[in-house]
Write a protein that binds this ligand. Structure first.
Ligand SMILES: Cc1cc2nc3c(=O)[nH]c(=O)nc-3n(C[C@H](O)[C@H](O)[C@H](O)COP(=O)(O)OP(=O)(O)OC[C@H]3O[C@@H](n4cnc5c(N)ncnc54)[C@H](O)[C@@H]3O)c2cc1C
Length: 404
C-alpha cells in the first residue's frame, strides 16, 4: 500500500519505520529537517515505567501560583485564542483523581508496547543514539509530595512497574553526583529500568536507514493543503507537486490541530512550550549524573546522553512561538548548578525551545477520527512523552493499516 506520513518528528519517523517494516511503500513529508520540531531537543528520558500526567487533582491548589508567579515552572500566558481557552477548560476538567488514574494506566500500557518496539528496532538496526538504561530518580522535597508520589507508585507497581521509595542517602548511593544536594531531598521514587537516548540522533538514524530502504523523504517541503474528495484525502499539496497515496498518517506534532481544523476535524491539542540546555560533562566520576533525574519541584529533567547532559523543563501554555527566553535558560542553568554543581564547566549551553503537542489528559490520539477523511489516520498529541510513546503508537498505526 502507498502510505504518506505527514511529519518527520520522532512520531512520524517511528511510524514510517513500522510501516516500512510491514512492506508498505512509504513517503514522508516535512517542512523542515527530521527532528526539528519538538523531538530533536526533548528531555531524552524514555519514561516507560514512571508516568505522572500533568492533569492531576493537585493542580487546583497550585492554580493561583500558575497564573501569577513569575518563577513558576508551569505558566499560562492568556492569548486571544479560543482554542487555548477551550483546551484550558478541558485540561481543568481532567484534573481529577479518576481521570489521572485511568490516564496513568493507559500511558503505562502504551509505554510498555513502545519499549518492546523501540528495543526491537535498536537491537536490529544498531543505531548510535547514546542509549543508556541506568534508571531514574524522581526527587521530592516535602513530606506531602513524597506521600502523594508513593500512592502513584503503588498504582504503577500494580501495572508491573518495578519501583521503590528511597531516602536521600539511598539517592546518593544510586547517583553519587547528588551528594551535595542530598539535604534538600525528602525522598525519591527510583525506577531502575528507565532509559535515556538522544532523540535527534534517533531521528537522524531512522531517516538515514529508511532512505536506504527506499522510503521517499520530501524535506523542506511544507504541506500547503490537503485535498479532499467525497470524504477522502486525494492528495497532499506541496511546492514539489501533489503527493498521492492510498493512506495518509498525520504526525505533525503541535501543528496537527490547525491543519486538522482545515479538514473539519477538531483535535484537542495545544502547544506546551518547554526549554532545554545541553552541556558537555565533567567526566570525573561522581560529578555528572549517569542516572536520569527529575526534580519534581522545579519540574526539570536531567538525562545523560553520551558525554553530554540534557536538562529540560518549563511548560508554558501560550501559543505557537518557539523563541528562546534567556530567563528560562538561566533558570535551567541555575537548577543544574544547584543539583549538580560539578557536572560541567557550563561553557556552552546550546539553548533550545520546543512545543509539546499536548492533549488535556496527556493521552495521544491514534487512529481514524469519526469526522475525519476515511483514509487518514492520526498519530498525534503525545505531549510530554512523545519519545517514550512513539514506537508504541507507531506499532498501533501499523496494526490498524494491516487490519484495513
Ligand atoms: C522541553 C521538552 C522536553 C521533553 N522531554 C521529553 C522526554 O524526556 N521524554 C519524552 O518521551 N518526551 C519528551 N518530550 C516530548 C516529545 O519531545 C514530544 O512529545 C515529541 O517530540 C512529539 O513528536 P512529534 O513527532 O509528534 O512532533 P514534532 O517533533 O514536533 O514533529 C512534527 C513535525 O511536523 C512538521 N510539520 C509541522 N507542520 C508542518 C507542515 N505544515 N508541513 C510539513 N511539515 C510540518 C514539523 O516540521 C515537525 O518536524 C519533551 C518535549 C519538550 C518540548
Amino acid at each position: 500500500m502507498r502510505v504518506c506520513v505527514l511529519g518527520a518528528g520522532i512520531v512520524g519517523l517511528a511510524t514510517a519505520y513500522e510501516l516500512s517494516q510491514s512492506g508498505h511503500d512509504v513517503t514522508v513529508i516535512d517542512r523542515a529537517l527530521p527532528g526539528s520540531g519538538a523531538s530533536g531537543g526533548n528531555g531524552s528520558q524514555l519514561s516507560y515505567s514512571y508516568v505522572q500526567p500533568l492533569a492531576d487533582p493537585g493542580i487546583w491548589a497550585q492554580l493561583p501560583k500558575l497564573l501569577l508567579s513569575p518563577s513558576s515552572p508551569l505558566k499560562i500566558r492568556p492569548q486571544l485564542d479560543v482554542h487555548q481557552w477551550r483546551w484550558g477548560l478541558q485540561f481543568l476538567a481532567a484534573c481529577n483523581a479518576a481521570t489521572s488514574r485511568s490516564t496513568t494506566i493507559a500511558l503505562l500500557e502504551l509505554a510498555a508496547q513502545s519499549r518492546q518496539s523501540f528495543d526491537a528496532m535498536l537491537a536490529k538496526e544498531k543505531l548510535a543514539v547514546d542509549f543508556s538504561n541506568t534508571g531514574k530518580l524522581v526527587l521530592f522535597s516535602t513530606k506531602a509530595s513524597f506521600a502523594a508520589a508513593q500512592k502513584q507508585m503503588l498504582l504503577q507497581r500494580g501495572m508491573g512497574s518495578a519501583q521503590k521509595a528511597v531516602s536521600a542517602n539511598q539517592c546518593v548511593d544510586i547517583e553519587p553526583a547528588l551528594a551535595s544536594y542530598a539535604p534538600n531531598i525528602t525522598g525519591a521514587i527510583y525506577t531502575p529500568s528507565e532509559c535515556a537516548a538522544d532523540c535527534q540522533k534517533t531521528c537522524d538514524g531512522l531517516q538515514e536507514l529508511l532512505a536506504q530502504r527506499g522510503v521517499r523523504f520530501l524535506l523542506d517541503t511544507a504541506i500547503e493543503k490537503i485535498a479532499l474528495e467525497r470524504g477522502a484525502v486525494t492528495a497532499v499539496k506541496t511546492h514539489q507537486g501533489d503527493i498521492e497515496a492510498d493512506r495518509y498518517v498525520m504526525a505533525l506534532g503541535a501543528a496537527s490541530a490547525p491543519v486538522a481544523r482545515n479538514l473539519g476535524v477538531y483535535l484537542p491539542i495545544y502547544p506546551l512550550k518547554g526549554y532545554n540546555i545541553t552541556v558537555d560533562v565533567n567526566e570525573t566520576p561522581g560529578s555528572a549524573p549517569d542516572v536520569s533525574v527529575t526534580d519534581s519541584v522545579r519540574k526539570v529533567v536531567f538525562a545523560r546522553i553520551g558525554s553530554r547532559l540534557r536538562v529540560a523543563g518549563m511548560a508554558e501554555l501560550g501559543g505557537y512561538n518557539t523563541q528562546v527566553a534567556p530567563r528560562q535558560i538561566e533558570s535551567l542553568k541555575a537548577s543544574t548548578q544547584a543539583l549538580f554543581p560539578y557536572s560541567s564547566a557550563f561553557a556552552d549551553l546550546h539553548p533550545w525551545a520546543g512545543l509539546r503537542p499536548a492533549t488535556p489528559t496527556a493521552l495521544p490520539l491514534i487512529g481514524k477520527h469519526p469526522k475525519g477523511p476515511s483514509n487518514l489516520l492520526f498519530n498525534v498529541g503525545h505531549g510530554a512523552l512523545g519519545f517514550t510513546l512513539a514506537f508504541g503508537s507507531a506499532a498501533q498505526v501499523a496494526a490498524m493499516l494491516a487490519n484495513q
